[in-house]
Design a protein around this ligand. Structure first.
Ligand code: DX5
Ligand code: ZN
Length: 226
């Protein structure tokens, strides 16, 4: 199993002190910055865009910025995020008219690619673009809001995605997003995830380092150990 990547979602951070929050969570042991982009169109909420990503880079953030696009259309905004310093850009296939083209566009712009599957979206299209995908993200809540409950059906879907990825032979990371925290990270990792997003579970606690360490410890110990 690859080393666990923990990507705190800054949707749950204090926006008035965003640079400081990101510095703190990275110093606390986080690996990536998960950047949730919502447009009040594809999802019923509005968050932040490329200017905020650029501001974090100018602030000095060097860690990978993992941009999760919950927007429609997808392609128009991809170059803006690439220029703003995104490392990886993921999108929902339902939001793009041409999934293969969007994936190619992200790579042409110098970023890694991600394809995101909502809880009720089958993994079907993944089979045809395995060579163009660097990350598969399974939503374990319906996208649009932080602080929701993890949907347990994600565990079977994770096993399905893990089998597809392993059979493909490609180095694709498998990420989970929504309702993830110390209580369920072990079963999520045991089901095949190697990358986890956590918003409220991390930013909702006073000590980011202890939550992140707890998540790593539980993930390494496996399910059933507390
Ligand atoms: C949901 C977002 C998630 C969310 C995670 O649309 O993609 O990244 O903010 O938040 P928690 O960890 O609080 O469920
Ligand atoms: Zn997200």
């Amino acid at each position: 199993m690859r080393e666990l990547v923990i990507a705190p979602s800054i949707l749950a951070a204090d926006f008035a002190r965003l640079g400081e929050e990101v510095d703190q969570v990275l110093a606390a042991g986080a690996d990536w910055v998960h950047f949730d982009v919502m447009d009040n169109h594809y999802v019923p909420n509005l968050s932040f865009g490329p200017l905020v990503c650029q501001a974090l880079r100018r602030h000095g953030v060097q860690a990978p910025i993992d941009v999760h696009l919950m927007v429609r259309p997808v392609d128009r905004i991809i170059p803006d995020f690439a220029q703003a310093g995104a490392s990886l850009i993921s999108f929902h296939p339902e939001a793009s008219d041409h999934v293969d083209r969007s994936l190619q566009l992200i790579r042409e712009q110098g970023c890694r690619t991600g394809l995101v599957f909502n809880p009720a979206t089958p993994l079907d299209c993944l089979r045809y673009v395995m060579d163009k995908v660097d990350l598969v993200l399974l939503m374990s809540v319906n996208p649009g809001f932080g602080g929701q409950q993890f949907l347990p059906g994600t565990l079977d879907k994770l096993r399905e995605a893990r089998a597809l990825i392993d059979a493909s032979g490609h180095a694709i990371r498998l990420q989970v997003d929504g309702g993830v925290g110390p209580r369920n990270v072990a079963e999520i990792v045991a089901a095949g995830a190697d990358t986890v997003v956590a918003g409220s579970a991390i930013f909702g606690q006073p000590d980011y380092a202890s939550v992140i360490a707890d998540m790593r410890r539980r993930a390494a110990s496996g399910p059933g150990v507390s």
